[in-house]
Design a protein around this ligand. Structure first.
Ligand SMILES: NC(=O)c1ccc[n+]([C@@H]2O[C@H](COP(=O)([O-])OP(=O)(O)OC[C@H]3O[C@@H](n4cnc5c(N)ncnc54)[C@H](O)[C@@H]3O)[C@@H](O)[C@H]2O)c1
Length: 365
C-alpha cells in the first residue's frame, strides 16, 4: 500500500471531461488496492490563460518538479498560434516537455478484439497488432530556432528549423532498444535519410547504439514507406522509434487501427526518477476536440488508459495497471460504446456513463 502524489491538469475542451473519468478510475484503483493518491489540481492551457495570465504558471511548473507524475488532459481551442508565446495554450505542453526533459513519448497501439469493427480497416489486418511507438519529444522541428514568419519586401516567408544532436538521438534510441528487450525484440527506426541531414545523423547514431543490443533486430524505414506499411501490414511492427514530427503524425495514423483517437494513451517519460519509478506526464494522444466539448460525447478510454501507464511507469504498480487495462477491455467487450467507436445503429453511452462502467469493473461490482 503506497502513498503517491499526482498533479492533475485537465486543460481545455474535452480535456477536463475525460480527465475527470480518469481520476475516478484512479480513485477506484486506490480503493481496491488500498493505495492513497493525493491529487494536486492545476490549470493549464486556455483555462490558465484566462485565470492566471499564462498557459502555465511558475507555481504549476514547480509543482510538477515535486510530484510523482502528472495526469494531463488536453489543451487548445479552435485557433492555431505560436507555441512559444506564453499566451497560447500549446505553450504549456511545450514548456512541460522541455523543462521536465520528457524526451521519450511512448504510445502503445493494441486494437481491442471487440473493436476491430470500429476501424475502417479490415479485421484480418488488425488482428494481433501490438506495437509501441517511441517518439522523440524534445527536439526536431518543434523546438529548433529560428522558427518564424518574416515579412519581406516581396511578401512573407517562413522558416522552421529541424535540429538534432547526437546525444538526443542516442538516448531515445537506447530507450527504444531497452523497451524492445521486454517485447518481441524488433525495432523499426523511421526517418527520411534520403533527404534530411538530421535523418542521416539519426540513422548513423541508431546503428552505433544498436551495436550494444545484438539481441535486438533493427531495420530502418523511410517515413513515407512507413506510413504506407502501417496500414498495409501493421502486424510487422514491434517497437517503432522516430523523431518528433514523424512520431506525431504516424501515431495519429496508428490510432485508426484502434478505431478512434479516443482509444490511444501516451506516456511522456524523462530522466528524473521518483521514489517509485520514472517521472512522467501521462495524456491521451488526442487534443481538446472543441467540436464535441461540453456535450458528454468524448470517449474517456484513452484518458483512463493513461492512468494504466501512469501506474506502471511512474508508480511501479503493475498489478493495478493491469487491472485498469483489463477493465477497459472488459467494458468494451460488454458492449459499451461512445459515439466515436460505435458502429452504425449501435447504442452509445456518455463520457460519464463509460467512466461509471470502468469504475464498477475496477471495483469488481
Ligand atoms: N496534447 C494536446 O493537448 C493536443 C494534441 C493535439 C491537438 N491539440 C489541440 O487540440 C485542438 C483541437 O485539435 P484537433 O481538432 O486537430 O485534434 P483533436 O484530437 O482535438 O480532434 C480530432 C478529431 O478527433 C475527435 N476526437 C478527439 N478526441 C476524441 C475523444 N476522446 N473522443 C471522441 N472523439 C475524439 C474530435 O472530435 C475531432 O473530430 C487544437 O487546439 C490543437 O492544437 C492538443
Amino acid at each position: 500500500m503506497g502513498v503517491f502524489e499526482i498533479a492533475v491538469m485537465g486543460g481545455d475542451g474535452i480535456g477536463p471531461e475525460v480527465t475527470a473519468e480518469a481520476v475516478r478510475a484512479l480513485h477506484a484503483v486506490g480503493k481496491r488496492f488500498g493505495h492513497t493518491f493525493t491529487l494536486r489540481e492545476a490549470l493549464v492551457g486556455q483555462a490558465a490563460i484566462d485565470v492566471e495570465g499564462a498557459a502555465i504558471s511558475e507555481q504549476t511548473m514547480a509543482l510538477c518538479q515535486q510530484v510523482d507524475a502528472v495526469l494531463f488532459g488536453a489543451v487548445g481551442g479552435t485557433g492555431v498560434g505560436d507555441p512559444n508565446s506564453k499566451t497560447e495554450p500549446m505553450y504549456s505542453l511545450f514548456r512541460l516537455r522541455k523543462d521536465l526533459e520528457l524526451f521519450a513519448n511512448v504510445r502503445p497501439v493494441r486494437p481491442l478484439s471487440a473493436l476491430l469493427g470500429a476501424s475502417t480497416l479490415k479485421r484480418a489486418t488488425l488482428r494481433n497488432v501490438d506495437m509501441l511507438v517511441v517518439r522523440e519529444l524534445t527536439g526536431g522541428l518543434y523546438y529548433g530556432t529560428p522558427s518564424e514568419i518574416r515579412q519581406g519586401p516581396d511578401g512573407a516567408s517562413a522558416v522552421d528549423t529541424m535540429t538534432y544532436t547526437e546525444a538526443e538521438i542516442e538516448r531515445i534510441a537506447r530507450y527504444a532498444f531497452e523497451l524492445a528487450r521486454d517485447r518481441r525484440k524488433h525495432v523499426t527506426s523511421v526517418d527520411k535519410a534520403n533527404v534530411l541531414s538530421c535523418s542521416r545523423l539519426w540513422r548513423r547514431v541508431v546503428d552505433r547504439v544498436h551495436g550494444d543490443y545484438p539481441d535486438i533486430t533493427l531495420r530502418h524505414m523511410l517515413v513515407d514507406a512507413c506510413s504506407m506499411a502501417l496500414i498495409r501490414n501493421p502486424r510487422e511492427f514491434d517497437v517503432v522509434v522516430t523523431e518528433n514530427l514523424f512520431g506525431d503524425i504516424l501515431t495519429d495514423e496508428a490510432s485508426m487501427l484502434t478505431g478512434s483517437l479516443g482509444m490511444l494513451p501516451s506516456a511522456s517519460l524523462g530522466a528524473r526518477r521518483t521514489k517509485h519509478g520514472q517521472f512522467g506526464l501521462f495524456e491521451p494522444i488526442h487534443g481538446s476536440a472543441p467540436d464535441i466539448a461540453g456535450q458528454g460525447k468524448a470517449n474517456p478510454l484513452a484518458a483512463i488508459l493513461t492512468v494504466g501507464l501512469l501506474l506502471r511507469y511512474s508508480l511501479g504498480l503493475k498489478r493495478a495497471a493491469a487491472t485498469v487495462e483489463r477493465a477497459v477491455r472488459q467494458v468494451v467487450t460488454a458492449g459499451y460504446r461512445t459515439a466515436d467507436i460505435a458502429a452504425a445503429g449501435e447504442a452509445t453511452v456518455s463520457t460519464h456513463a463509460m467512466g461509471d462502467a470502468v469504475v464498477a469493473n475496477i471495483l469488481g461490482d
